[in-house]
Design a protein around this ligand. Structure first.
Ligand SMILES: Cc1cc2nc3c(=O)[nH]c(=O)nc-3n(C[C@H](O)[C@H](O)[C@H](O)COP(=O)(O)OP(=O)(O)OC[C@H]3O[C@@H](n4cnc5c(N)ncnc54)[C@H](O)[C@@H]3O)c2cc1C
Length: 409
């Protein structure tokens, strides 16, 4: 793989030819690349970031190496879990306690609509708009039922999404898939006959028979036979703040979605999550537990938590302020015990647009077979649909080192 890439001349680089080009190196898209390669296609994956994983990436933060940046769960789909277990070569572990949603101190099953609806009603009341209030009351009543029963508990890799990312890298290394990191796709140009595509990247053209985009691929320009196609997407900035705390949890959790005041209201602080974006939800994950640092943290009576806040309100604000504010919310939300103190904090921003299933379908209809679209917004559901056409994934031992990456185009 490297030989072919490293020996290409500048002219060759502008005419790299593939059956399929996949934009984005998220777990779903990497699995799709491997699936296509197994089916005999020549495939390239392009990603503008320098790391793989998309929203499931890992990073080194101070003394903590390869930690999961973000708050994640994998939807309760036994097919997706089976596929993941085959890929990892190990069993997923049951999350303890199971992910839950929190509204004013009350815990609900993560899939239950009630806390979301209560939160919407609360915001409706704040707006003092009678029409809105009536609508949200009615909507709440409609959803007053327990979450759908699931026989499958939430499961997760024992060492977090790092295992997924590394298992995929190991498989990629053994495959003929070309992975180009640091390669931004600025435009997708589909030919008039809809049988070929040119991806215009910051380092040259990549030609293929088809291109694959997911729900969160940032498609900026798309044209067919030179005619531009309009793209509807919602841009969503995400802030992850990682807190290294000295202290313990007050209430056990592995992953929690917090609605309403328990994490969001403070007398003199801003709400944790903006109410207009992301529905005012903040997510908190014990990323230290799902990492290689679990034992060390436990011995020292420390925690490594990630808090995910969607929205713009923390843009450009000081990290220490952000961290202190979040810790205050965690204390008020009674997720960590009162004596917990901040050792260190890091923040990471993740920029991600979102295209709905309807929009993806519309683009596909306009662009024809040269554009393949994947609804990737839920990893568990996405993997379930992939599993149907996957066949068998060889069991691999999880790699301890990242696979070498093809050089830039
Ligand atoms: C912060 C966050 C948390 C999430 N948590 C969960 C969760 O817990 N469970 C769940 O099931 N789903 C979750 N999701 C949904 C998530 O979108 C999917 O799980 C999955 O990662 C989506 O895959 P994707 O390829 O569409 O997008 P992403 O994972 O966002 O990956 C997109 C990748 O494509 C690259 N890219 C985009 N545009 C271009 C371009 N023009 N040129 C080159 N590269 C490009 C980006 O750099 C990025 O690496 C989360 C999403 C976000 C944003």
């Amino acid at each position: 793989m490297e030989e072919r890439n490293s020996s290409t001349t500048r002219r060759d680089r502008e005419l790299l030819l593939y059956d399929g080009v996949i934009i984005g190196a998220s777990p779903y898209m990497l699995l799709e690349a491997l699936r296509l390669e197994e089916a005999g296609q020549r495939v390239a994956v392009l990603d503008r970031r320098d790391v793989v994983g998309g929203a499931w990436y890992i990073a080194d933060l101070g003394e903590f190496t390869e930690v999961e940046v973000g708050c994640h769960y994998i939807e309760r789909c036994s097919t997706a879990y089976d596929l993941l277990e085959e890929l990892l070569g190990t069993e997923l572990v049951e999350m303890r306690p199971q992910p839950f949603a929190l509204y004013r101190g009350l815990a609900f099953d993560r899939a239950c609509a009630i806390p979301r609806k209560l939160n919407a009603l609360h915001r409706g009341l704040e707006s003092r708009n009678l029409k809105r209030i009536i609508y949200h009351c009615w909507d709440l009543v409609r959803h007053l039922r327990p979450a759908p029963r699931s026989d499958t508990p939430y499961r997760y890799p024992d060492r977090g999404c790092r295992s997924i990312v590394q298992a995929l890298l190991t498989r990629l290394e053994r495959s003929s898939v070309d992975l180009f990191l640091g390669t931004d796709v600025k435009a997708i140009e589909i030919s008039e006959d809809r049988r070929s595509v040119a991806c215009v990247t910051d380092s040259g053209l990549v030609r293929s028979t088809f291109v694959v985009v997911g729900s969160c691929t940032d498609v900026r320009e798309l044209s067919v036979g030179g005619r531009p196609i309009e793209i509807q997407k919602k841009q969503m900035p995400h802030h992850n703040i990682i807190l290294h705390l000295h202290g313990t949890k007050k209430r056990p959790f592995s992953y929690v979605e917090s609605f309403g005041i328990s994490l969001q209201r403070g007398n003199h602080h801003q709400p944790l999550a903006s109410s207009s974006i992301g529905g005012g939800i903040a997510r908190v994950s014990d990323i230290g537990f799902y990492s290689d640092h679990r034992e060390r943290l436990e011995e020292r009576g420390e925690l490594l938590l990630c808090v995910h806040v969607p929205g713009e309100q923390w843009e450009g604000k000081d990290t220490d302020d952000f961290a202190t504010n979040i810790l205050d919310k965690l204390l008020r939300g009674r997720l960590v015990e009162k004596k917990a103190t901040l050792v260190q904090a890091w923040r990471e921003k993740y920029e991600s647009p979102l295209m709905t299933q309807t929009e993806l379908d519309r683009l596909k209809q306009e662009a024809g077979p040269a554009l393949q679209t994947k609804f990737t917004f839920d990893l568990g559901l996405g993997m379930t649909s992939l599993a149907d056409s996957w066949g068998s994934v060889e069991c691999d031992q999880v790699a301890t080192r990242a696979a070498p990456i093809a050089p830039k185009l």
